[in-house]
Design a protein around this ligand. Structure first.
Ligand SMILES: [Zn+2]
Length: 606
């Protein structure tokens, strides 16, 4: 995608507002015809300057926003607009997002608003993800060299077999709209045909305008190449940080992108959109003659799919209409150079496989000793280091997501528990009782993965669902990464870091006392002189409940972050070999506790 729904709409509203009064009244007439029979869905006026929060009717400015991102062709867009219920939800969600962004005072609030938008849109529009599979039409092709002039570049973009791009889609649909405008002028068109033509002409133009508007989004002009991680990272970086360029006609510009639009960006894009609309209106009014050999076309909106065509499927018609398209594209930004000297720096996002290291320390408080021989609550500390391998899907939709999956293995060292022996009032305690949990070493393992409804379900679905339906699995995995069934597990950005409720996403299992030669001599009473040797094996399980990520930094291929987790933990004894007592005489039982785990996380993405 490029601009968010509301941003597309704002550009279109501004464009219509920029039209002079003659053209505006022509557009109003066309809208009146097009609206005939669809009064229940379409607004009376061609645009609403201020969209109400509770959207009930859709204006024409909504059309370019529904195009491309929520539909695959002009025909698809029009039927979605006029017939579907969900499109009304999408329009409402978009309007609420606009208000939230307007009120956002910090980057964190904006990030949260973007995350909410993504989650809501995924729920409102079931096909959002599958539609975006082939999305190169929303991007500009990179410029091959500094010597490429606009004519050469334009020709290369619209040639048959070239990777689908925004120039080609815009040109395709704008040509259709121009031809339909010319058809509207022909004599002998019945009123019914006229209304249908006006409707499909406005739909074709709106569909093309989505892609014309996309050309003004920074992340879409800096060139899109490389693996998905680089494409996404570069796109996100320039959308937020901006990209300096010129229009082909030489006007300087700083572009921003999706979710970061400023009023001046709206106006710059609107100016070109208004020029495109004016061409249609001028052909319709006869101000400008159209030399085309392709009439008539039929009265339905065009069906060229921008979701399934990876390349420009047919040669664009080389007639008078092509020149009109080129005039418009002269006022669009010059895209960045393609791979080589002078290209814009590329950025990655955390998508892909990684290896890493994670040192950590834990402070745990326990309800009791392993053996309830009259000890009080106790604490213990441990330090450890794990190596890890996994798959990052961080920020696949926005920064609130968490698609991180990894497996860790390492070692840890537990300090002796702090509690000391406290004699029971009865005094009937066996002297060999195990009072303190001694210092121990452990083999530590850890597993993390997102889940949809119950922990581990994504893994299960990967085995059982993915082989049959890749699409269902993808939807499930994305829903899991964006916060699960109820959205509880979304990250919340704040000025002091990112918080996430994450119970069920991660589990640590430590095997204590499983390594040969770790027999321990320790005191069974307060008297240090009386020691016995025991072998004690326990399995310690911890599950983080809340995570606070203090900082995160990511460069080309390396991630480092620090986090603090609050974990629930259980220590389950599995073996006690005692040199004095037979094992069955000392009754061991699990102990429960809470732990604070501070970790450093370093990853290298390969
Ligand atoms: Zn787009």
């Amino acid at each position: 995608m490029a601009w968010e729904f509301a941003e597309h709409r704002d550009i279109s509203v501004a464009a219509v507002s920029q039209l002079d009064s003659t053209r505006r009244s022509q557009l109003d007439t066309l809208w009146k015809w097009a609206r005939t029979g669809h009064e229940k869905r379409l607004t009376e006026s061609v645009i609403l300057l201020e969209q109400p929060l509770e959207v009930e009717y859709l204006d024409w400015a909504t059309w370019p926003a529904v195009s491309g991102d929520h539909s695959c062709s002009a025909a698809d867009m029009l039927s979605t607009l006029l017939e579907s219920e969900w499109v009304m939800n999408v329009a409402r969600i978009a309007e609420q997002f606009k208000h939230r962004v307007r009120e956002a005072k910090s980057r964190a609030q904006r990030v949260n608003a973007m995350h909410t938008l993504d989650v809501q849109l995924l729920r409102a529009d079931a096909l959002l993800v599958s539609r975006a599979v082939s999305n190169s039409g929303h991007f500009l092709l990179a410029r091959p060299s500094i010597h490429t002039d606009e004519h050469t570049y334009f020709k290369e973009c619209v040639a048959q077999g070239v990777e689908m791009n925004a120039y080609a889609v815009y040109t395709w649909y704008h040509q259709r709209a121009l031809q339909k405008a010319a058809m509207l002028r022909q004599s002998g068109v019945s009123r019914e045909e006229r209304n249908k033509l006006a409707l499909s002409m406005l739909a074709d133009e709106a569909y093309g305008l989505h892609f014309l508007q996309d050309m003004f989004a920074a992340g879409h002009t800096t060139g899109s190449w490389g693996d998905p991680s680089v494409r996404k990272g570069t796109h996100d970086y320039y959308n937020e940080e901006g990209y300096e360029t010129f229009t082909w006609s030489g006007k300087p510009l700083v572009l921003l992108g999706d979710a970061f639009i400023r009023e001046q960006d709206v106006q710059v894009a609107a100016h070109v959109v208004a020029a495109s609309l004016s061409q249609i209106l001028d052909v319709y009014s006869g101000q400008v003659p159209l030399h085309t050999s392709r009439l008539p076309l039929g009265t339905s909106p065009d069906t060229l799919s921008t979701c399934s065509n990876d390349v420009v499927p047919v040669e664009l018609i080389n007639d008078g209409t092509l020149e009109y398209c080129q005039t418009i594209l002269t006022e669009t930004p010059v895209p960045a150079l393609s791979y080589g000297l002078g290209d814009m720096p590329r950025f990655r996002t955390e998508v892909g496989g990684f290896i890493g290291v994670s040192p950590y320390s834990v402070l745990a408080g326990w309800n009791d000793a392993l053996e309830s021989a009259g000890t009080s609550a106790m604490g213990a500390g441990s330090i450890g280091i794990n190596i890890r391998a996994g798959l990052g899907l961080d920020g696949i939709m926005s920064e609130g997501d968490d698609g991180l999956a990894f497996f860790e293995i390492g070692t840890s060292y537990d300090s002796r528990s702090t509690a000391s022996y406290r004699e029971k009032e009865s005094g009937a305690l066996p002297t060999e009782s195990l009072v303190q949990v001694p210092a121990r070493t452990a083999i530590s393992t850890r597993l993390r993965m997102p889940f949809y409804a119950i922990p581990g379900d994504v893994l299960l679905a990967g085995l059982l669902v993915a082989p049959w339906s890749q699409e269902t699995f993808t939807e499930l995995a994305i829903a899991a990464s964006t916060g699960g069934l109820f959205g509880w597990q979304s990250g919340i950005a704040t000025s002091i870091g990112r918080f996430q409720f994450m119970l069920g996403r991660e589990v640590g299992v430590q095997f204590l006392g499983f390594v040969e030669g770790d027999e321990m001599a320790f005191s069974t009473t307060n008297d240090p002189a009386s020691t016995v040797t025991v072998r004690l094996r326990t399995i310690l399980i911890d599950a983080p409940i809340v995570e606070w990520r203090l900082f995160r930094s990511f460069s080309q291929d390396q991630h480092s972050s620090m986090a603090v987790q609050l974990c629930g933990t259980a220590d389950i004894p599995v073996l006690l070999a005692h040199e004095v007592l037979p094992a069955d005489q000392v009754l061991l039982q699990p102990r429960w506790g809470l732990a604070i785990r501070a970790l450093f996380d370093w990853r290298y993405y390969y």
